[in-house]
Design a protein around this ligand. Sequence first.
Ligand code: NDP
Length: 322
Amino acid sequence: MVKAIRIHQTGGPEVLRYEDVDLPAPGPGEAQIRQHAVGVNFIDVYYRTGLYPTPTPFTPGNEGAGEVLAVGPGVEGFKPGDRVAYAGTLGAYAQARNIDAKFLAHLPAEISYETGAAMMLKGLTAEYLLFRSYKVQSGDAILVHAAAGGVGLILCQWAKKLGAFVIGTVGSADKAKLAREAGADATILYRDEDFSARVREITGGQLCHAVYDGVGKDTFPGSLDCLRPFGTFVSFGNASGPVPPFNLGLLSPKALFVTRPSLFAFIADAARLREMAARLFEAVASGAVKIPVHATRPLAEAAEVHRALEGRATTGATVMIP
Ligand code: NDP
């Protein structure tokens, strides 16, 4: 038996229950890992509320780091004692778990478990956003919504290193300070200001090459107004609710590109996952990108952690210790 958070019925944070669950031996292709840290992500909220439907009961969480305890038949490349980290498969909110070994990456010795658990889902997302959904070039102007969040602070740092001019939207003055420290050249308090008008002003009317939008409903269609002709709208999340269906004709005056990516599509291919992880580990190990672990809480407090995340009270990444 191990302790885990279980969801028997979708709903508010109170549905996150701390319980004992059975942990069978790892099956074919699986590794069993003892988790030293578990990542918290906004996607965990979507699963908890039922926005992303999944059969109940289930253990939420998509990101973690720990050591391999055992491997099932057919697993190659991992052995007991290995330090590993992963993203992209439910079941992370637990002391130990079995996981399809294809999701695992070896965690370099110089990266702590807490950092590993905070960087896989958010960092791999930043990798595909900046290098694959839209390839940021030196001199590009980009807009990052929720710039002081978990993904946001990584995007600001990495985009800056790529030579972009980074504008970040944030919910408070404290968050603006964090985004600027992470490399944002300008910040906008989008709860108080008309963010598209401010983007026009900040860029001298030139607007942005790309908008990275994990906020969703509340920033649409304003995000499109921030783009220059042939710009790219990367809609990658729904923190305020999903973007409503819209008329494609909205894109035509500026011939805009729109993509709605998911990390899961990118990491489904094992070779691509390795390539993405290698670039991320290199960026973190070299110090180019610092993973912003701003809160560490016990796993048993998952409900409180979700309240804070949904209540816009967090900055950077939160990890839970099982
Ligand atoms: P964050 O730490 O960024 O938390 C969400 C932030 O969104 C809040 O702190 C808040 O910042 C902002 N926000 C704006 N409106 C709301 C609202 N109505 N309710 C709550 N928050 C709001 O979360 P993550 O870093 O985990 O994720 C960021 C986004 O990226 C999410 O939408 C997530 O789903 C998405 N994502 C998508 C992936 C993909 O592959 N498609 C993978 C990973 C993440 P502020 O106070 O500054 O407004």
